[in-house]
Design a protein around this ligand. Structure first.
Ligand code: NAP
Length: 270
């Protein structure tokens, strides 16, 4: 039951009907024995500033998740933004500190890396090909470099975006060799699809799968379908594969920790 002691959390989006954070986070609160509720806030871009001012004043608000189209503007409106959010220029979670300050951070990239780690894949020293330099690709590029990859090649349909991203990642992690290049998987240890190709049944493959070698691992970030055409092609060549879902699952834990959900409430029987 919701009482006067229940802590409040939210998700901001426009439209709102499709968001999954309430179904995902409320069971986590329950599992951790945490007296809290996460509800959807439907706000248009022109109302975001006023909403965030309101959030600063709501003293029992713990924080909120941010999704399309608010990730960029929310980063600008926060009182402070964490290191990944600053590099990427957008946030997908905001914590409200007891003094009312709003602290934002981006967890897309960290979630992806945590998903690989959980599956036993260590990025240190790896030669990585990343297809896609959109919102998710950007976050993943910084996180993969940060996680210790040796070399990162970024391929994107709009080449200028790949080049700009490669320069930004190189500035942030000077020890990593970062370059823009073709979507040719030959010779790489790991190929990541961070494009939206694979969502639709007739999409072309994001990389030249004919040049995939069996030793190259292939990671997807698309969640639906679970097994994309790229993963099918990779499996046919005997490549290890990683599905898209863990990226989101790992983010839930990271965001829960960030917005102040206790690991396990004291005295809760789990
Ligand atoms: N698993 C997760 O937790 C998770 C999290 C976030 C996103 N995702 C998934 O990641 C995908 C990308 O999301 P996003 O937010 O990064 O989208 P986005 O910002 O719109 O970026 C889309 C990317 O796909 C490329 N692209 C789109 N259509 C293409 C085409 N016909 N041919 C070649 N390249 C094409 C774009 O290239 P240009 O730059 O040339 O347009 C860009 O690199 C989506 O499928 C989304 O569902 C998954």
């Amino acid at each position: 039951v919701i009482t006067g002691k229940t802590r409040l959390f939210g998700i901001t989006a426009d439209p709102i009907e499709h968001v999954r954070a309430p179904q995902v986070f409320n069971p986590v609160f329950a599992e951790r024995g945490f007296d809290a509720v996460l509800v959807p806030f439907h706000v248009a871009p022109d109302g975001l500033e006023a909403l965030m001012d309101g959030f600063r004043r709501i003293r029992n608000l713990g924080g909120f998740v941010v999704t399309v189209p608010h990730k960029l503007r929310t980063a600008e409106l926060c009182d402070e933004v964490g290191p990944a959010g600053r590099l990427i220029g957008s946030v997908n979670a905001v914590r409200r500190d007891p003094d009312g300050r709003l602290i934002g951070e981006m967890f897309d990239g960290k979630g992806f890396v945590a998903g690989l780690e959980q599956a036993g894949y260590d990025l240190r020293g790896r030669d990585v090909l990343l297809a896609g330099a959109g919102g998710a690709g950007r976050a993943i590029a910084f996180a993969v470099a940060e996680a210790g990859a040796r070399r990162l090649t970024i391929a994107n349909r709009t080449a200028s975006r790949a080049e700009e991203l490669a320069r930004a990642v190189l500035r942030a992690t000077p020890g990593v060799e970062v370059l823009a290049g073709p979507a040719d998987p030959a010779g790489h240890d790991l190929v990541i699809n961070a494009t939206s190709l694979g969502l639709k049944p007739n999409d072309p493959l994001p990389i030249d799968a004919g040049r995939l070698e069996p030793a190259t691992a292939v990671a997807e970030i698309i969640m639906e379908p679970e097994t994309t055409a790229l993963l099918v092609a990779a499996q046919e060549r005997g490549c290890p594969i990683f599905y898209g879902r863990p990226m989101l699952a790992c983010q839930v834990d990271l965001i829960a920790d960030f917005i102040g959900v206790p690991k396990k409430a004291r005295g809760a029987s789990l």
